[in-house]
Design a protein around this ligand. Structure first.
Ligand code: TTP
Length: 540
């Protein structure tokens, strides 16, 4: 459930930056001949031309939508260019998109605290940069304002006296009589313009942005004018914005909570919430959620921009819809091995590049019993401490699968071992690594991560990963960047921790030398730097 956080005392300047038709832009950069042409990216699945996962703006003008398959898109736009998602290990490979997202993040992070919210979305806290600009070069002191900044949308601002909109925007940005909040916001507009132009220059990608006094409003604004535009929400226009905003469009209200507000309180827009007292909302939805609802109706949100450039978890998944559902243990093991290989590679590069180590391995699956395909029973998610090394991850994941399958079949009263009963089908598999923390400098601490006491018997905990969330969006590989929203939490399958026996008894005595790393994972080797810090390198 959403949690209310008090609004911070001073005015903040928060931006939400969202890349436009992201996968399409990445593919167009790879193949410049596609630029300007109606283009879409399709999933790795040949059926009816594959499902569209990203649609370029030229194609949208012809009526092409993400919900279509390639064949349908060709009907509405015969000249459409369909690009297939890159493939590796028999499944989609999202690494080029992930890396492209990282390029953008590294540029945006130059101006303020930066939180990577998804593969192509970033929140920025630009308060300090805006305060500094206001103190040194306030917009009112500028003779010229960048043309791109003048194209900004300022909510609630109307052209007057026959002025064209650029002149009106300039006047708003450079007002001497504006209050401190609006002056800071004007600085935010100029800073975000500069950042977006820098992203375009360095990466060739366009992005859109929302600039406001909190994350919630910035996120709402960034989608209002796309592509390659930015929208600002002055304090004075917050009420107008929320009054007409359909309740389900609000972040965290797209799911059950939004439906409950609609059905039980007759709320259709966020503004309708203003009719209810905080007490009433608390009485109906609990203390925290009640206060949160009362706050969002007024555009209040104290949620901080977290300093986070790296994902909170890594995941690799694949779905097997319809006739492709898996029905043998061997086929499940085959695919788990592929997924684990990808996960292990990503864990190793995270360790190498970012010096981070993951602690928890989780398996999620979707399944049904062949004689009972309508059943709502869910395959239980299972977790265990994560051991580095592809073979170990594969072994542990397979054990998690077997534990989950036994429990899943048990829920139907089937007492047999999963491998001896053939009446099950698997329609999706996903394996993820979470609880990722920095490796403290020094070899001892690295040893601790591999052999520490928390390796076994750790307690059951809720994990930030969520198959329901991650798999349908990008069944091929996911990264979780931010905390789950309420809908996701309501759907979340907590990963149950499973005790797995390993022959690790000797690891405690191992010294952290290069050959030690080779024993931990033959695919990783370690070299000692002159500083005494350890570096992991990888042999292919
Ligand atoms: P979005 O930001 O939702 O969309 P977009 O960037 O394609 O377009 P827009 O300009 O409207 O923001 O998603 C980012 C990328 O994530 C998208 O390019 C492809 C991928 N994606 C999926 O793979 N599956 C999905 O269901 C969605 C929504 C996105």
């Amino acid at each position: 459930m959403p949690v209310a956080r008090p609004d911070s005392s001073g005015a903040r300047i928060i931006a939400h930056v969202d890349l436009d038709c992201f996968y399409v832009q990445v593919e167009q950069r790879k193949q410049p001949k596609l630029r300007g042409l109606p283009t879409a990216v399709v999933q790795y699945n040949e059926w009816k031309g594959g499902g569209l996962i990203a649609v370029g703006y030229e194609a949208r003008n012809y009526g092409v939508k993400r919900s279509m398959r390639g064949d349908e898109a060709k009907e509405v736009c015969p000249q459409i260019e369909l690009v297939q998602v890159p493939v590796a290990r028999g499944k989609a490979d999202l690494s080029s998109y992930r890396n492209a997202g990282s390029e953008v993040v590294s540029i945006l992070a130059r101006k303020g605290r930066c939180e990577r919210a998804s593969i192509d979305e970033v929140y920025l806290d630009l308060t300090d940069a805006a305060e500094a600009m206001l103190a040194q070069t306030p917009p009112e002191s500028l003779d010229e304002v960048d043309e791109e900044a003048l194209k900004s949308h300022i909510l609630g601002l109307e052209s007057k006296d026959g002025n064209d909109s650029k002149a009106t925007v300039k006047e708003w940005l450079c007002r001497c009589d504006a209050d401190h909040r609006d002056k800071l916001l004007a600085c935010g507009v100029l800073i975000v313009t500069e950042l977006r132009m820098q992203v375009l220059k360095e990466t060739e990608f366009t992005c859109s942005a929302g600039i406001a006094h909190n994350k919630m409003l910035a996120k709402l604004a960034s989608g209002m004018n796309k592509p390659a535009q930015q929208t600002t929400v002055p304090f004075s226009s917050v009420k107008g914005l929320l009054d007409s905003l359909p309740i389900k469009k609000m972040k965290q209200l797209g799911g059950k909570l939004g439906t409950s507000l609609q059905n039980e309180l007759g709320v259709t827009t966020v503004g309708d919430l203003l009719k209810f007292s905080e007490d009433k909302l608390q009485e109906r939805y609990g203390f925290n959620t009640g206060t949160w609802l009362w706050n969002i109706a007024r555009g209040i949100s104290g949620e901080e921009v977290q300093a986070r450039l790296l994902p909170k978890s890594h995941g690799s998944g694949k779905s097997f819809p319809g006739p492709r559902a898996l029905k043998t243990v061997a086929s499940v093991q085959h695919w788990l091995n592929q997924l684990c290989e990808e996960l292990s590679e990503r864990l190793c590069s995270d360790l190498e590049q970012n010096k981070r180590i993951a602690h928890t391995l989780t398996l999620h699956a979707s399944a049904f019993k062949s004689s009972d395909s309508d059943s709502r029973k869910k395959f239980p998610s299972k977790s265990c401490p994560l051991r580095y090394g592809t073979a170990k991850i594969q072994e542990d994941t397979f054990n998690l699968f077997q534990a989950g399958l036994r429990e899943f079949l048990g829920s139907f009263g089937v007492k047999t071992q999963g491998s001896h009963y053939s009446g099950w089908r698997i329609t999706a598999l996903s394996v993820s690594a979470s609880k990722i923390v920095p490796v403290l400098s020094g070899t001892c601490s690295i040893t601790k991560y591999f052999n520490g006491p928390d390796k076994f018997g750790s307690t059951s905990e809720q994990l930030p990963d969520n198959f329901i969330d991650a798999a349908p969006l990008s069944p091929s590989g996911s990264e979780s960047y931010s905390t789950l929203n309420s809908t996701e939490l309501q759907n979340e399958l907590p990963g149950e921790q499973v005790w797995i026996e390993h022959s690790m008894a000797d690891l405690g005595q191992l010294e952290m030398k290069a050959n030690t790393w080779n024993r931990l994972d033959p695919s990783c080797s370690i070299s000692k730097q002159t500083s005494g810090r350890s570096m992991v390198s990888f042999r292919n």
